[in-house]
Ligand binder design. Structure first.
Ligand code: EPZ
Length: 443
């Protein structure tokens, strides 16, 4: 069965009655008083997009795994619950995650969890590789439109998974994975991770041509090597995995979150402040550093620290998102907030997600002047923004609204802040420690 095509149009398949209603999310809001330049030091948390695949990868090797520097986020807690539903024991305390995958008792990752976080699909490859079988809910769309998983499924299918779509679930039965040559015309972080994990226990060799280079992928590869996997070409567009019989548990530390770090850099830039990021990876921030330097920031870095001082008024810039090491799409919205008060007209093009612009009407509510033409936004910088009630729609859109609110005159109220909590650890407390005025209130 052509699973890829079915996965592409998954919204067409008649889903089975969801087993349980997705858990109600706490509806907090943030109230910000704008106009205070940020200053001080901020600790960068572990990376969400590195922690999620590593947590799923623990399913490949029976035993007790130790993950350190795991960010305490709604999303990492969701992944912990998905793994627990499969039977693993998870202890998540103070950024350390102990995961015991000795006794996996279920093969199903249910709709009620997967529908709240797309990355839950990362358990599919490891489950099929270790047990030959799995039943994982298809992830739905997201705030800004369909996000297909055809490359994940086509890759696993090429390795002999013979997946079926059954009432909204991806089902694999008694598959014995074997190596395959897989070529991606589109660079996909998720599909690269999925196939790399599955290939570690496949019979023979798998080659991924067009692999993603994101630091989260290289870090996952290094963790798999630590488990005893055989992988070559990490950090290149061609990754080769030689399957092995079994893997051993890991003790690893999650890399710093480059998107959180870049977001705080933009916060210094937009407020004209000066902050030092601690425990970050400046190498992973090159594209952002280049654009913010063009906008007039002074940036210095050494080892795991980076100091940024923002200009009195940022200069207009041109930004085009690209797969790593290009400019990250996960910083597109935050850069748009910065450009909304820049001196001149900026142009931002998103080549990864052509419709990732749900933040535009909300920034316009704060007084930004943005014209959208398909995936190209032209932003005419205004002298000042005005506080107003706005609504968060996804993780990075909410970060952009926070940045704009830091400089908007008066009070801004951002509702549905659970989106922010999915990807940023204690952002309100970190901002207040840098001199901002942010209050969290119950809606
Ligand atoms: C990862 O998503 C990140 N999520 C996203 O960050 C990030 O925006 C994205 O990579 C791009 O950098 C996590 O790591 C958990 P992709 P992923 O597969 O893996 C198309 C955040 O805010 N595609 O690299 O889902 C896809 O539509 C999140 O932290 C297919 O066509 O992204 C997109 O245009 C949001 N078929 C492009 O590839 C597929 O099967 C890149 O997507 C898979 C992807």
């Amino acid at each position: 069965m052509d699973v890829g095509a079915r996965a592409h149009t998954h919204s067409g398949s008649k889903p089975s009655a969801p087993t349980a209603k997705p858990k109600a999310v706490p509806m907090d809001a943030l109230i910000l008083q704008g106009g205070r330049p940020l200053s001080g030091r901020v600790h960068v948390s572990g990376a969400k997009n590195a922690a999620l695949p590593v947590m799923a990868a623990t399913l490949l090797a029976p035993g007790q795994h130790v993950l350190r520097n795991v960010p305490s986020l709604a999303d990492t807690r969701t992944m912990a619950r998905v793994i627990e539903r499969l039977g693993a024991k998870v202890e998540f305390t103070d950024h350390q995650c102990l995961i015991d995958t000795t006794n996996i008792t279920s093969l199903e990752a249910p709709y009620d969890l997967v529908s709240t976080m797309r990355a839950s699909i990362y358990v599919l490859g490891p489950m099929v590789a270790r047990f030959g079988s799995a039943r994982v809910s298809l992830p739905g769309g997201c705030a800004w439109g369909p996000r297909p998983v055809n490359l994940h499924l086509e890759g696993l299918d090429a390795m002999g998974a013979s997946l079926e779509i059954d009432h909204g679930y991806i089902v694999a039965k008694n598959a014995r994975l074997r190596g395959a040559s897989i070529r991606h015309e589109v660079v996909s972080v998720g599909a690269t991770a999925q196939i790399m994990m599955a290939a570690t226990l496949a019979e023979g060799t798998t080659v991924i041509d067009g692999a993603a280079l994101e630091p989260d992928i290289t870090a996952l590869g290094e963790v798999l090597l630590q488990c005893g996997a055989r992988i070559e070409g990490l950090g290149t567009r061609t990754v080769t995995v030689h399957g092995v019989k079994s893997l051993k548990p890991i003790d690893t530390t999650i890399i710093p979150d480059r998107i959180e770090a870049a977001t705080f850099m933009a916060a210094a830039a937009i407020t004209g402040g000066s902050i030092t990021l601690e425990q970050c990876a400046p190498d992973h921030l090159r594209a952002t550093t280049e654009r913010l330097t063009e906008a007039g920031c002074l940036i210095e870095s050494e080892r795991d620290q980076l100091t940024i001082s923002g200009p009195v008024r940022p200069a207009a810039v041109t930004v085009t998102t690209q797969p790593y090491p290009g400019f990250p799409t996960d910083m597109q919205a935050q850069m748009m907030a910065l450009c909304s008060i820049a001196d001149g007209e900026s142009v931002i093009t998103d080549t990864i997600y052509l419709d990732r612009f749900t933040h535009v009407p909300e920034l316009a509510r704060l007084g930004a002047d943005i014209r959208l033409d398909h995936n190209v936004a032209r932003i005419r910088g205004v002298k000042s923004l005005q506080g107003a009630p706005v609504m968060a729609t996804d993780i990075r859109a909410s970060a952009a609204l926070v940045l704009a609110a830091l400089v908007a005159e008066g009070e801004t109220r951002i509702s549905r802040i659970y989106h922010l909590d999915r990807g940023y650890e204690a952002m309100d407390q970190k901002l207040n420690a840098l001199g901002a005025s942010v209050r969290r209130v119950k809606e």
